[in-house]
Design a protein around this ligand. Structure first.
Ligand SMILES: *[C@@H]1O[C@H](CO)[C@@H](O)[C@H](O)[C@H]1NC(C)=O
Ligand SMILES: *[C@@H]1O[C@H](CO)[C@@H](O)[C@H](O)[C@H]1NC(C)=O
Ligand SMILES: *[C@@H]1O[C@H](CO)[C@@H](O)[C@H](O)[C@H]1NC(C)=O
Ligand SMILES: *[C@@H]1O[C@H](CO)[C@@H](O)[C@H](O)[C@H]1NC(C)=O
Ligand SMILES: *[C@@H]1O[C@H](CO)[C@@H](O)[C@H](O)[C@H]1NC(C)=O
Ligand SMILES: *[C@@H]1O[C@H](CO)[C@@H](O)[C@H](O)[C@H]1NC(C)=O
Ligand SMILES: *[C@@H]1O[C@H](CO)[C@@H](O)[C@H](O)[C@H]1NC(C)=O
Ligand SMILES: *[C@@H]1O[C@H](CO)[C@@H](O)[C@H](O)[C@H]1NC(C)=O
Ligand SMILES: *[C@@H]1O[C@H](CO)[C@@H](O)[C@H](O)[C@H]1NC(C)=O
Ligand SMILES: *[C@@H]1O[C@H](CO)[C@@H](O)[C@H](O)[C@H]1NC(C)=O
Ligand SMILES: *[C@@H]1O[C@H](CO)[C@@H](O)[C@H](O)[C@H]1NC(C)=O
Ligand SMILES: *[C@@H]1O[C@H](CO)[C@@H](O)[C@H](O)[C@H]1NC(C)=O
Length: 401
């Protein structure tokens, strides 16, 4: 009881002192557009344009083929995204998406969401990589999904849109997967779990599966993604650990997929997430589903076709880029299965530059300060008291000597 009162008092005090490290003033002017330059509603393409004084970050999201995001960083505040729609929707989409001027493009990468795996985890071990082939249900290939018109979900003031898709199988009769895209004009922290930090250089993806009927009572899911990087480099997975879990209790890990380009001093793109998904709407602690990622594998299998990756990176991309795949699985040994709520949500950040990093929160700094400071203070006070007492005692004896 006392501890709680003490902590509450402390956090109020610290907040009052304005000890805050997570907000900076850096901002971009951000806009979100649906299918720029066409009235075609049969395909979805979202364009996020984030501009500062000297640069533009273009994010392009599309459900042509498998859901895909492009991140293009340009060194010009006026660079434009050009789309040749005839070409994009043709069987030869190569070069349909370009940036003008093309010389302003300093960095580009892509992230493609290719497949959803479902497996029966009868022993509740949540070991996706150790799961026998026979325990897998037929894979959902995301390029086979039907996608709703995203225009109706576009909110240009909150900078969000939903890409909602369904597979033709019976499991998706009442359910769907949603790739919810958000863009940001400034830094901040999400209100929703897992309370991700973002900056004006990032945008967010939420992957949601809701009311999809699992094909067994012990179903768990995993998501497969592809990414690419210029031939001189590749991506690498980095795990950042923190002892501060104030915003996501018991989750201490942030995973980052970053470019590994030994000879390039430019900033690059990143994909970042906390190692947690949620098994119910609302993201309460009791519904958290720790998630795991698996090693990147370099692949030279051709990317699922068509996609905006081909439209932007061209026909011979496999000769110029390293393509890598990786999986993220949702769930922990002895944890709940998907069928508890028939729901799954996972969030990640896509951005350029330095990935946001949790600094110690104000509360934790104060607690540490008090925890370490109090004994020290007592020690000092003690020493001073003892010292002065000894002096006084000594001095009172002095006349006698
Ligand atoms: C998207 O919706 C807006 C208004 O709701 C409409 O003006 C616009 O034409 C739509 N765009 C397409 C490509 O359908
Ligand atoms: C961007 O330009 C505006 C107006 O010219 C200026 O006030 C602002 O300080 C500039 N921002 C940066 C980060 O340079
Ligand atoms: C768009 O692509 C088509 C087919 O490749 C081509 O014929 C046309 O000239 C292109 N349009 C523009 C404006 O480049
Ligand atoms: C589950 O555990 C049992 C007993 O430990 C074992 O025989 C069985 O092979 C396991 N099943 C799977 C799918 O791993
Ligand atoms: C998962 O299964 C793989 C292959 O069977 C095994 O090598 C690995 O140790 C297992 N991991 C855990 C955490 O049990
Ligand atoms: C997924 O479907 C696409 C289009 O039908 C196909 O090109 C691709 O090979 C499929 N991928 C897998 C892994 O089955
Ligand atoms: C988009 O999806 C989210 C998550 O399911 C939902 O809460 C929201 O209402 C949807 N937005 C629109 C406009 O449909
Ligand atoms: C767009 O988002 C804002 C802020 O979240 C909200 O107030 C507004 O109602 C939303 N607009 C629509 C059309 O949903
Ligand atoms: C979809 O919902 C209807 C009505 O609630 C139900 O009868 C049907 O069984 C559901 N389908 C699946 C695949 O869950
Ligand atoms: C799943 O659980 C239900 C009720 O708990 C049971 O009736 C059904 O047989 C189970 N299905 C499988 C495939 O184990
Ligand atoms: C990186 O630079 C070093 C020295 O400048 C060079 O020897 C090496 O080949 C370069 N590596 C790549 C992948 O370009
Ligand atoms: C955002 O990108 C700009 C480069 O355009 C860079 O100067 C700035 O430091 C970046 N900010 C963050 C928080 O990464």
């Amino acid at each position: 009881m006392w501890l709680e009162v003490w902590l509450a008092a402390l956090s109020t005090l610290c907040a009052g002192l304005g000890v805050r490290g997570e907000h900076t003033d850096y901002s971009r002017r951000v806009s979100l557009q649906y299918n720029p330059g066409t009235s075609d509603k049969s395909v979805n393409l979202l364009h996020v344009r984030a501009v500062d004084n000297v640069s533009t970050i273009h994010y392009v999201w599309s459900t042509i083929g498998a859901p895909t995001a492009l991140l293009i960083y340009t060194s010009s505040p006026t660079s434009e995204l050009n789309i040749n729609w005839t070409k994009l929707t043709s069987r030869e989409p190569y070069g349909a998406i370009t940036i003008q001027p093309s010389s302003s493009v300093l960095y580009s990468t892509a992230l493609m969401f290719t497949r959803i795996f479902e497996y029966s985890d009868v022993n509740n071990t949540a070991n996706f990589s150790g799961t026998a082939e026979k325990s897998f249900y037929p894979t959902y290939n995301l390029s086979d999904f039907k996608w709703e018109n995203a225009n109706a979900t576009l909110n240009t003031s909150s900078l969000t849109a939903n890409l909602t898709g369904r597979h033709k199988s019976e499991s998706f009769q009442n359910g769907s997967v949603i790739f919810r895209v958000s863009a940001f004009g400034s830094s901040g922290r999400d209100l929703a779990s897992p309370r991700l930090l973002h900056t004006a250089n990032s945008s967010k993806l939420e992957f949601l599966m809701s009311e999809v009927k699992p094909r067994g009572n012990n179903s768990r899911f995993a998501l497969e993604m592809f990414t690419l990087e210029k031939k001189e480099g590749c991506k690498k997975m980095v795990s950042v650990r923190s002892i501060d879990d104030e915003y996501t209790p018991t989750i201490f890990e942030v995973a980052q997929l970053i470019a590994n380009m030994p000879n390039d001093s430019h900033a690059q793109g990143y994909f970042q997430w906390k190692s947690v998904a949620y098994g119910a709407v609302g993201g309460k602690r009791a519904d958290s589903l720790p998630c795991q990622y698996y090693d990147l594998r370099l692949t030279n299998e051709s990317l699922q076709f068509p996609s905006i990756v081909h439209a932007f990176f061209g026909k011979d991309l496999i000769e110029r880029y390293n393509v890598e795949a990786f999986n993220v699985s949702f769930g922990i040994a002895d944890g709940d299965f998907y069928d508890k709520h028939n729901f799954l949500s996972w969030s990640a950040l896509i951005g350029y530059g330095t990935p946001p990093k949790d600094t110690f929160s104000t509360l934790v700094i104060c607690i540490m300060a008090v925890a370490l400071g109090t004994p020290l203070l007592l020690l000092i006070v003690g020493a001073v008291v003892v010292f002065s007492l000894r002096n006084r005692v000594y001095s009172s004896y002095e006349p006698i000597n």
